[in-house]
Design a protein around this ligand. Structure first.
Ligand code: KIV
Ligand code: ZN
Length: 388
């Protein structure tokens, strides 16, 4: 049975770039956009054109450069924003305007000092206006995660009628539980009028560490677009991480969902974005962290040396990592030491290994990690005679 495709909407250059200290020059944004296009993302959110002349220029240049992906510009539900976004997107082969407004009671009251009926009216006007410039209009219901489902379905029905092609359901504050977010998408699938005319999209933030789980719950319940960033970069605790959702769908074939992403480019793309933004990737980050395929405890190392599948659910090569690594620490066992010693040129007999291992433990207790040069030192300075 063929799998349902989930579109990947990358917002590294918009929601990701909002992070303090991650501001990029247009040239850097173009380099990243080209890489995202090669990676296979379906939509690149290139920026918020009305926000600054620099952002306008970046969106416009990205629109000229990108060959395959749709290029998207963010707006508020404000006419001027929409006009400026349309102008910035005029060279894009597949332009998309992403417009919207807050729909939770908190946003309606505190941000807009308004009421529900007036918010629906503004949402419809914005979508209808964007539609006069481009065919592809995505609507976001900001803080949808805390918006009551019945009202959210009314807003969504109204904007679909006005021509919205995609309905973005952001968990802006990262508050939802996966079950709750999945149920919200299911409710909208069942209650938005003419929902077959639009794609439901997940846009989850990671304040409680649930962004990936929530996005997957959304996809399981009928969303066919996931909004995410490379390395999960984004405001506060970040956005859904692209590499995580892509690999969750790929590693779980029974979900019957997949993306167009060339997963072999994930590691390099992660490194490249990290360098351009000056934002390091945490070592224990799933899929692309330095330790994602590193094994350091004796029991795990022994298992992986016997058969990789004992402790690895992903082949590192599938995400562009050369090989898993066996890291030598004071927690490592004989199997790991023999394995690494062999890699650097020493074939140890069982007796020799027993002896070298005792020296190794003394050495390792004083170091965080034992490297190849340390193995040479341990073996060369040991009393036993080993052929290298
Ligand atoms: O998190 C959010 O609600 C957003 C919207 C502006 C799409 O980023
Ligand atoms: Zn966001």
């Amino acid at each position: 049975m063929s799998k349902d495709k989930v579109d990947i909407f990358d917002t590294t250059l918009r929601d990701g770039e909002q992070v303090p200290g991650c501001k990029l020059e247009t040239k850097q944004k173009l380099t990243i956009a080209e890489r995202l296009d090669n990676l296979g993302v379906d939509i690149i959110e290139a920026g918020f054109p009305v926000s600054s002349p620099g952002d306008f220029k970046s969106v416009s240049e990205i629109g000229k450069l990108v060959k395959n992906a749709a290029v998207c510009g963010l707006t508020r539900a404000v006419k001027k924003d929409i006009e400026v976004a349309a102008e910035a997107l005029k060279y894009a082969k597949r332009p998309r305007i992403h417009t919207g407004i807050g729909t939770s009671d908190s946003h309606i009251k505190h941000k807009f000092n308004s009421n529900r009926e007036a918010i629906i009216e503004r949402a419809v006007e914005a979508v209808a206006y964007a539609k006069t410039f481009v065919e592809d209009v995505e609507f976001y219901a900001e803080d949808a995660g805390r918006t009551d489902n019945e009202f959210l379905a009314r807003v969504c029905s109204a904007v679909v009628k006005a021509g919205a092609t995609v309905l973005n359901i952001p968990d802006t504050t990262g508050y939802c539980l996966p079950e709750e977010y999945g149920a919200k998408i299911k409710y909208l699938k069942e209650n938005v009028k003419d929902i077959h005319k639009a794609t439901l999209s997940c846009h989850c933030h990671n304040d409680l560490g649930l962004a990936t789980a929530n996005s997957i719950a959304g996809a399981i319940n009928g969303a066919r677009q996931i909004e995410c960033t490379i390395n999960g970069i984004g405001e506060r605790a970040g956005n859904t991480s692209l590499e995580e959702v892509v690999m969750v769908l790929r590693q779980h074939p029974t979900l019957n969902l997949d993306t167009n992403i060339n997963s072999k480019l994930l590691y390099n793309t992660s490194q490249m974005v990290s360098q351009e933004m000056g934002m390091m990737v945490q070592p224990n980050k799933a899929i692309v962290g330095a330790n994602a395929f590193a094994h350091s405890s004796g029991i795990h190392q022994d298992g992986v040396i016997k058969n990789r599948e004992t402790y690895e659910i992903i082949d590192p090569a599938d995400v562009g990592v050369n090989a898993s690594s066996i890291v030598l620490t004071a927690r490592s066992g004989r199997a790991a030491l023999a394995y690494r010693a062999k890699l650097v040129g020493y074939e140890l007999t069982k007796l020799q290994l027993d002896e070298v291992y005792q020296e190794f433990l003394k050495y390792a207790d004083n170091k965080k990690e034992v490297f190849d040069e340390d193995i040479h030192e341990i073996i060369d300075s040991s009393a036993i005679n080993i052929q290298s």
